[in-house]
Design a protein. Structure first.
Length: 331
């Protein structure tokens, strides 16, 4: 096992009072008990530290020896076990689209499934206009009109509309930026598959679910079938232990990680964030971590669900969900 230290920039990530041990590893590397010395006051990048024990999921379709992301894929594809690189048809729990990609996805759906076709589940489609809402341009506003017409036609349950651009207080159904709205309205749930026509859909991985961005063609297919063919990604696991100084933000953590692994270091990989530092973060801070994995090429970011997650969801959803956790023997 190799241990390399990375000297922080002039404004050090490690304060004089509190040290933060940042360890990143690929689950494909054998485990090792070697640790970084905190007294070095540097951020250490360590391959494969020992994982903490967690209770495996009790779902019948899931067995031990898999990562969180692999377990979610297994549940959604009704498989007993999966490995990175396998291609499987997954059942989608939530599909989100907005005013940029929604019209295109709707057009493909109607072309391929028929002008009078119905979406696979009107309660699993979430539509949130949030990009073009501040403009008076008629062509941009037409995108929102298309979404509105489609939602009325399909009787979509979760359409967060905006009708009065001159007075935002007159729009009780409007919820703001799609990634924030998904969380605040209870559409993000542990163990589920959430797809969206936006590259930063990975934000929702903060809730212990698989969340990633897809294109219009894929979204059109999901609208008609509720399924999508996906390749199981390998997992990069980032272990962050220690108490963060007050001047550090979750944004600093993910920027440091991307700086270490590069903007292509997570290409088509699940980036899993664990450790005492992560456990101390709020849901909004965890969302910040997962939001930027795409800037490293990541397929998805994911944080294990815990008491912070469950408390956040208490008054936001009544839909039952089942968290999953990576097994100690996962590779």
């Amino acid at each position: 096992m190799a241990c390399s230290t990375v000297t922080p920039p002039s404004t050090s990530f490690i304060g004089n009072k509190k040290d933060l041990n940042l360890s990143a590893f690929s689950s494909a590397t054998p485990l090792s008990s070697q640790k970084c010395k905190r007294k070095s006051k540097k951020i250490c990048s360590v391959m494969s530290p020992q994982q903490s024990e967690r209770k495996p999921a009790t779902t019948g379709s899931v067995k031990t020896g898999m990562t969180m992301t692999e377990k979610i894929f297994a549940r959604a594809s009704e498989k007993t076990q999966l490995s990175p690189g396998e291609n499987v048809w997954v059942d989608v729990d939530v599909l989100m689209t907005h005013d940029v990609c929604g019209p295109g996805s709707i057009g493909i759906f109607k072309k391929e499934f028929g002008q009078n076709a119905k979406v696979w589940d009107r309660e699993k489609v979430v539509i949130i206009p949030d990009h073009y809402i501040f403009t008076t341009d008629e062509r941009a506003n037409r995108n929102v009109d298309i979404l509105r017409d489609f939602c009325m036609e399909q009787n979509i349950k979760y359409f967060y509309d905006i009708k009065d651009l001159s007075n935002f207080k007159a729009n009780p159904d409007y919820k703001g930026v799609c990634h924030v709205a998904l969380a605040q309205e209870g559409h993000c749930r542990p163990g589920e598959v959430l797809l969206g026509t936006d590259s930063h859909t990975c934000t929702a991985g903060a809730f212990g679910q698989f969340a990633t961005g897809i294109g219009n063609t894929d979204a059109g297919f999901v609208l008609g079938t509720g399924k999508l063919l996906l390749k199981v990604p390998p997992t990069l696991r980032f272990v962050m232990d220690g108490e963060m100084p007050d001047y550090l933000l979750a944004k600093d953590l993910i920027l440091q990680i991307i700086g270490e692994i590069s903007v292509a270091g997570g290409t088509y990989k699940a980036m899993e964030f664990v450790g005492s530092t992560v456990e101390s973060l709020s849901m909004e801070e965890r969302m910040t971590l997962c939001n930027m994995v795409v800037e490293a090429g990541g397929k998805n970011g994911i944080v294990p669900a815990d008491s912070t997650t469950f408390k956040y969801l208490e008054d936001k959803t009544s839909v039952p969900y089942e968290p999953v956790y990576s097994d100690a023997k996962a590779r």
